[in-house]
Design a protein around this ligand. Structure first.
Ligand code: MYA
Ligand code: JJ1
Length: 384
């Protein structure tokens, strides 16, 4: 049923994986030295995201053609600064920002990206991988088998760096999910969410009652909570490493990477910490990234501003209190909704903070690495 995926080193959908490890082992000699062949009208390009014009081309392709919900009412609208940040972590390779342009017009019609990451699997194996994201084919070129060509080309360019594994997520089921996770949503601006049809007014609930039900705390609960600074990074890196070590799939981040991924950036990343006044150690942190969605065909609202839960660690306060602060801060930041997955210990605050399940799922995958299927609560990795 999968003309492409059946040829790839991924477990069959019905496979019961017992032992973890690579599915196939190859060497550089096995890797094709020339790019994959594209249909004659198209050409491969590397997108230089330091160039505003090329970065804008990626933004526009994604803004018009990237991921939508099942009913095609909302489409992710990753911002330009977000894309630049997401594509340029420490040790990124510009060769891994791959585009397809129409030869004649130079219009960008497809994209795929890889970034380097070290991922710990089953708490024992540290695997050098890439994270694949932003796979996109223009709406007018869909179902022409272009996606497999993009995937094979990025695989080739990653293999040329002697990297043989990848992690990725998708809204659809492919061979074979490591974990199947669910989106949950906390309404912060219920009136707008209803007007956009992101949510509906529950039966026998008035708008004024809905607004009241969705109020957040007027004050923060965690004493001294403040934005992460560069001076916090050594301590925050230790806290993260210790916290993430309990998960079956989690990133391992250097100090450099922690600062890249968590440094506060307006309209991109929010990260707050609690620091022990005696020791200066970071004891708690919460973070969320900004990912708006275009509201498709709504006369009143053009975009929905969503916060996506990132890495949250509570040691000096209950996790529920830390997340109350995250919701308070997101509301103050004018977000309309706060989204999270049922990964980490998130089920501990989902009910209490009135999150509701969405209609979307997120499947986690590994390429060329077999491992036992995991519960969402064993997952310690968030991809953008
Ligand atoms: S997930 C986000 C994906 N993007 C979108 O959903 C945006 C909107 N949609 C589109 O742009 C297109 O519909 C896409 C497919 C591009 C998704 N992941 O060209 P086709 C398989 C993997 O005729 P199109 C993200 O970014 C499909 O099962 N495979 O189809 C992570 C079929 O194969 P098979 C997918 O609709 C991406 C084949 O493609 C996906 O025109 C991770 C059909 O191709 C998907 N999301 O284009 C990629 N959707 O016949 C894998 C469809 O076998 C990375 N397909 O069923 C693997 C690791 C690589 C690096 C390895 C290094 C070592
Ligand atoms: O956002 C999502 N769903 C929303 C909107 C649904 C619109 C109709 N289809 C939703 N709303 C109802 C819940 C409501 C929230 C406020 C409080 C009351 C309840 O369910 C969904 C997630 O649930 N989003 C998507 O489907 C987008 C795609 C998700 C897959 C992403 C794949 C990314 C891959 C990147 O590598």
């Amino acid at each position: 049923a999968h003309a492409f995926w059946d040829t790839q080193p991924v477990p069959k959908i019905d496979a019961q994986v017992e032992k973890s490890g690579p599915i196939e082992v190859k060497t550089l000699d096995d890797v094709r030295k020339e790019p994959l062949t594209l249909p004659a009208l198209f050409e491969w390009v590397v997108l230089d995201v330091n160039d505003q014009v090329q970065l804008n081309d990626v933004y526009t392709l994604l803004n018009e053609n990237y991921v939508e919900d099942d009913d095609n009412m909302f489409r992710f609208d990753y911002s330009i600064p977000f894309l630049k940040w997401a594509l340029q972590p420490p040790h990124y390779l510009k060769d891994w920002h791959i585009g397809v342009r129409v030869k004649e017009s130079k219009k960008l019609v497809a994209f795929i990206s890889a970034i380097p990451a070290t991922i710990n699997v089953d708490k024992t194996d540290s695997v050098k991988m890439v994270e694949i994201n932003f796979l996109c084919v223009h709406k007018k070129l869909r179902e022409k088998r272009l996606a497999p060509v993009l995937i094979k080309e990025i695989t080739r360019r990653v293999n040329l760096q002697n990297i043989w594994q990848a992690a990725y997520t998708a809204g659809i089921v492919l061979p074979k999910p490591v974990a199947s996770c669910r989106y949950y949503h906390r309404s912060l601006n219920p009136k707008k969410l209803v007007e956009c049809k992101f949510s509906s007014l529950p039966p026998r609930v008035s708008m004024s009652l809905l607004i009241k039900l969705n109020r957040v705390e007027e004050n923060t609960k965690c004493p001294g909570i403040r934005p992460l600074t560069k001076a916090d990074v050594p301590s925050a890196t230790r806290l993260l490493a210790k916290y993430l070590s309990q998960y079956s799939l989690a990133p391992s981040m250097s100090e450099e990477e922690v600062w890249h991924w968590l440094a506060p950036q307006k309209n991109v990343m929010d990260c707050y910490v609690v620091v022990d006044p005696k020791t200066g150690e970071v004891t708690d942190m919460c973070s969320f990234y900004t990912l708006p969605s275009s509201v498709i065909g709504n006369p009143k609202h053009k975009t929905l501003k969503a916060a996506f839960s990132f890495y949250n660690i509570a040691t000096s306060v209950p996790l529920v209190d830390l997340m109350a602060d995250a919701l308070h801060l997101a509301k103050k930041g004018d977000f309309d909704v706060f989204n999270c997955l049922d990964i980490f210990e998130n089920s501990k605050f989902i009910k209490e903070h009135k999150f509701q399940p969405g209609d979307g799922n997120l499947q986690y995958y590994l390429y060329n690495y077999a491992t036992q299927t995991k519960d969402p609560s064993a997952m310690g990795l968030v991809l953008l």
